[in-house]
Design a protein around this ligand. Structure first.
Ligand code: RUQ
Ligand code: CUA
Length: 665
């Protein structure tokens, strides 16, 4: 969405209205009414009514807030290594960030989508996209950990993702950047874009029982930019809709060159038809390489495997999969209402919102009423598929969510507001300013068949003066509006971590009781687990030293280790012996080049350490776990290479060397 900040200013159509200060809403403070505080207030010790899973954008993480309080409950590392809990640093979690390009400890997480059954949020998983090095992640809603990451081949700029079908049959991933496919020689001139660059859409299937993802097939599409998408529902189940820009197929100065056409497209994909072709063997198997990383709950360890094949269906030679609906102008959001009949395209540069009718689209397809072809794909006529237009709704429409009572809520970046309009008569019924420049918005369940329309949350791109200033860099900001009445009512601002793109709010009652409290240590199948202090040990194998440590309030066993030498690779396998909620132990050692470990009760985590000098190195628990937490520490002695200090370890009476016999001089 960064494009919008600079990109729109050059677009001729709206040059006059882009100055930010020009559209800053007035009387920002006074619009908050007196009972706002009460509505957002959740008393100390009381629970929020919703979990809000909010993307972290360029932080690569997912934050979890409570609503209506806006309290930050947790940050879940997904595509970014996180020193706070060792994700991406511990030996067990490093494989999660593996890709065909090697270990990549960062990505740009834009969208979150909750798993669905019968078009309703089922509270099992949330999915998130990695935009930069294309990946999809699945987060488990019992552990709130990233359980799986799947890399996407033939792909660049995975933006229109991870939107989901109504029974979580598929999570999709469409390419924002067209590129030569992986099996081609990619060493081609950039100005051969039209000939060599292609877009793809991956349909990733999700196993009903364990959530495991697999690329079922990929669709090859013309070299345009896919922006966002949503699945059909109800009558339109079996279809997927994508907004497309850059139908000009420009490859330079897109802000001007990709804004030439008066209309771009909404791409309608019939994925049931694609499945038929797949079954008929019409797919082409392509040799590719991509990582599939899965975290195993029992071993507390991730494994990374490389897949080597995808099946590709070419939409240009297989009729009936893809149709274009003309859509004014450079559409961004592409949203389907709860009934599944209305598809809303949001042209960033359009002065209206087009609402398409699914059944009119089907009629036009059945009657083969095409207005020609775009790169072999039939183009339908705008008038034939249009239900109607919302006239003069605001400036710079981006995204639309629904309340399930016949209303739609659209975010307007340039005029910085949320506009509520009625789907039947397309009339604007309310508008509320946002502070400032809203991107996405979300209503709990607002993109499903069954919204819970209590609130709409605005995810804003610009924060400016909303909070105490913190230098040039400010946190981004979300805002909460009560929409239970006819008028939207602003009740809360809260700062967010990273750039909040999309969010999915889930009723707490659906998931809170499934939240895991600790791991059963008897079920811990990590090969380096230590169950009970008496099993703690240090084992040398050549220059590899495995330290099996136990942690329990308030000591580590062993806490004195000798006989480790320069050139050794030391693996500290720390097992938390606690079997109680909220008693993690941490582990850090001086000069470690990774991060700490944060080990949950019953779990084992491993820190790899290569000593860089001779001496004594302390290690300790980093999480204040008891009154004697500061005592939870130990020493390792590093001797020169070739030294004959024997390997020894222990604690208390069994510590190497026994009692201290030296005297203070
Ligand atoms: S985007 S602000 Cu990356 Cu979803 Cu529209
Ligand atoms: Cu364990 Cu502090």
């Amino acid at each position: 969405m960064k494009i919008l900040r600079t990109g729109l200013s050059a677009a001729v159509a709206i040059a006059a209205i882009t100055s930010f200060t020009g559209c800053k809403p007035k009387n920002a403070a006074s619009v908050v009414s007196a009972d706002a505080a009460q509505k957002a207030y959740v008393a100390p010790g009381k629970y929020d009514e919703f979990y809000d899973f909010v993307s972290g954008g360029f932080s690569g993480q997912l934050s979890v807030y409570g609503l209506p309080s806006g309290r930050l409950l947790r940050v879940i590392p997904v595509f970014s290594a996180d020193p706070q809990d060792g994700y991406g640093y511990s030996e067990e979690t490093k494989p999660m960030l593996n890709t065909s390009h090697g270990q990549i400890p960062w990505d740009d997480l834009h969208h979150v989508e909750a798993s669905q059954t019968n078009g309703e949020i089922d509270g099992r998983w949330v999915f998130a996209n990695g935009n930069n090095t294309p990946r999809i992640a699945r987060i488990d809603l019992t552990t709130y950990n990233t359980a799986e990451i799947l890399e996407l081949p033939n792909s660049a700029g995975n933006h229109s993702s991870p939107f989901i079908t109504e029974n979580t049959e598929y999570v999709v991933a469409g390419t924002r950047f067209s590129v030569p496919t992986d099996n081609m020689n990619g060493d081609v001139p950039i100005d051969s874009y039209k000939k060599n660059f292609r877009g793809t859409i991956s349909f990733v299937s999700v196993d009903k029982n364990n959530g495991n993802m697999k690329i079922a097939f990929q669709l090859l599409i013309p070299g345009i930019n896919l922006d966002l998408s949503h699945a059909g529902k109800g009558p339109s189940h079996g279809w997927f809709f994508f907004s497309c820009y850059n139908t000009e197929q420009a490859h330079t100065l897109l802000e001007v060159n990709a804004s030439q056409h008066d209309k771009d497209f909404v791409l309608a994909i019939n994925w049931k038809k694609a499945e038929e072709y797949l079954q008929q063997g019409k797919g082409i198997k392509q040799a590719v390489k991509y990582a599939h990383n899965v975290y195993d709950e029992k071993t507390h360890t991730a494994a990374s495997n490389f897949e080597t094949e995808v099946t590709v269906l070419d939409t240009r030679s297989l009729p009936g999969i893809a149709y274009f609906m003309p859509c004014p102008k450079s559409p961004h959001g592409c949203d389907v209402d709860p009934t599944g009949e209305y598809i809303v395209g949001s042209g960033k540069l359009a002065a209206l919102i087009p609402v398409f009718s699914f059944h009119k689209m089907i009629d036009a397809i059945n009657n083969k009423k095409y207005n020609g072809y775009y790169d072999s794909i039939p183009v339908l006529k705008y008038e034939d598929v249009l239900y109607g237009e919302v006239k003069k709704p605001g400036l710079g429409p981006l995204h639309t969510e629904f309340d399930g009572k016949g209303n739609a809520y659209t975010s307007f970046f340039i005029s910085s507001e949320i506009v509520k309009w009625n789907i039947k008569d397309l009339k604007v019924v309310d508008r509320a300013p946002t502070y400032y420049s809203i991107g996405h918005l979300s209503i709990p369940g607002g993109d499903t068949r069954k919204p819970n329309a209590k609130y709409v949350i605005a995810y804003n791109k610009i924060t400016k003066d909303r909070y105490l200033p913190t230098g040039p860099e400010l946190a981004q900001s979300a805002q909460l509006y009560d929409i239970s009445g006819d008028k939207m009512q602003l009740i809360l601002d809260f700062p967010t971590i990273g750039e909040p793109h999309y969010g999915q709010a889930i009723e707490a009652s659906l998931i809170k009781d499934k939240s895991k409290k600790f791991y059963d240590i008897m079920q811990n199948e990590n090969p380096y687990a230590t169950k009970g202090e008496s099993n703690a040990k240090v084992v040398r194998n050549g220059n590899r030293v495995d330290v099996y440590i136990t942690a329990i309030r308030s000591h580590l066993v062993p806490d004195n280790i000798e006989g480790v030498k320069m050139g050794d690779e030391v693996y500290f396998h720390v097992t938390n012996q606690e079997q109680d909620w909220d008693i993690p132990h941490g582990f850090a050692i001086k000069a470690a080049s990774t991060a700490e470990l944060l080990i949950m009760p019953g779990e084992t985590c491993t820190l790899k350490w290569e000593p860089d000098r001779v001496g004594i190195f302390p290690f300790y628990c980093t999480d204040f776990c008891s009154a004697l937490h500061q005592e939870m520490s130990g020493y390792i002695r590093i001797s020169p290479k070739g030294s004959n200090v024997p390997l020894a370890f222990g604690t208390g009476d069994t510590a190497p060397g026994g009692k201290d016999t030296t005297t203070v001089q």
